[in-house]
Design a protein around this ligand. Structure first.
Ligand SMILES: Nc1ncnc2c1ncn2[C@@H]1O[C@H](COP(=O)(O)OP(=O)(O)O)[C@@H](O)[C@H]1O
Ligand SMILES: [Mg+2]
Length: 309
């Protein structure tokens, strides 16, 4: 048995031309493995192909070529098992307005063939905080409640893998926190989580591993820690005691003076010791009131990888 929750090989998708829009090659041969038990982030700019990839996993979009295994089951050879192993919270909220939350969960469980005795409707309503809305009409639910219900629907068949497509795009902080709490709890209980987000701080905080895709190709796939280490870029922020000009700097250090009087120095920690910068500043006669360092953020990695293409 493989240790991977997902194994994707040579995955291609070309959307057929319709009317005036030409055919679109959305995925250009993706190879990707996602380990069991992880929280995995799929990042990329708009139009990169994230939703296409996820919708293929969900069986909502038909691939053009390649193979997909979910929890060891090949999507083509074992469609039923591979589908049972995964639950998707889609990007576009689509809810049947005629059902109550409890009803929706029940219908969804029925679609997946979960026997009545094994349904966890009450437990899921509790998790998503909709117990007191169990019998309210979907039409009367707020936008946030509808998103929570979508999460609930992805969980009815107890999938091993949960996929969330931009779950926090446009939601308020309270709902965002609730979603992340739920995701963490589900992951601690053993569920593999895959999420797309274009909030990079969120990915940095939540994900063990990350793949960045751009124009239908995986351009990098690594642990979050390695990705951040890759840049080897730090910034030293110095607040001088009294207003001071930026000292002359060698090529390995980039300096900037900001409107609030702080001086920032960006350098590669593998090449330049922070002590060199501090000496330069002191030699220029500047008294340091405060000093701190800032590490690279995923955003920097992301920009350096996606902007040149
Ligand atoms: N149903 C579709 N028909 C035609 N083109 C599509 C369809 N869905 C997505 N695309 C195109 O495929 C590319 C990838 O889209 P998508 O997977 O939604 O990207 P992302 O989720 O990363 O923003 C985009 O150029 C998009 O316009
Ligand atoms: Mg998308």
């Amino acid at each position: 048995m493989s240790d991977n929750a997902i194994e994707i090989q040579g995955l291609q998708k070309t959307y057929a031309a319709t009317g005036r829009s030409p055919a679109k090659e959305a995925l250009k041969g993706i190879d990707l493995t996602i380990p069991r038990g992880s929280i995995f982030g799929l990042l990329g700019p708009n139009g990169a192909g994230k939703s296409t990839l996820i919708n293929i996993l969900a069986g909502l979009v038909v691939k053009s070529a390649g193979s997909v295994k979910i929890w060891g089951f090949d999507q083509d050879q074992n469609p039923r098992q591979s589908r049972a192993a995964i639950g998707i919270m889609p990007q576009e909220p689509h809810l049947d307005p005629f059902f109550t939350p409890a009803g929706s969960l029940d219908v969804q469980a029925g679609l997946y063939g979960v026997p009545k005795s094994q349904r966890k409707t009450a437990e899921i309503l509790e998790l998503i905080g909709l117990t007191d809305k169990a019998d309210a009409y979907a039409r009367s639910l707020s936008g946030g409640m509808r998103r929570r219900l979508l999460l609930g629907k992805a969980l009815v068949h107890s999938p091993q893998v949960l996929v969330l497509d931009e779950p926090t795009a446009g939601v308020d902080i309270e709902l965002r926190n609730m979603l992340w709490q739920n995701v963490r709890k589900l992951n601690e209980d053993g569920m593999t989580i895959i999420l797309t987000t274009h909030y990079l701080e969120e990915a940095e905080e939540m994900c063990d591993d990350i793949a960045i895709i751009n124009h239908g190709e995986v351009i990098v796939r690594d642990s979050t820690a390695n990705l951040l280490g890759r840049l080897d870029r730090k910034t030293l922020v110095i607040t001088p005691e009294t207003d001071a000009a930026l000292p002359a700097l060698p090529d390995n250090i980039t300096g900037q003076k900001h409107a609030n009087g702080t001086l920032t120095f960006t350098y590669q920690s593998g090449i330049t010791p922070a002590g060199q910068i501090l000496s330069l500043v002191q030699d220029a006669g500047i008294t340091i009131k405060d000093v701190k360092t800032e590490e690279a953020h995923l955003e920097d990695v992301f920009l350096s990888l996606t902007s040149s293409r």
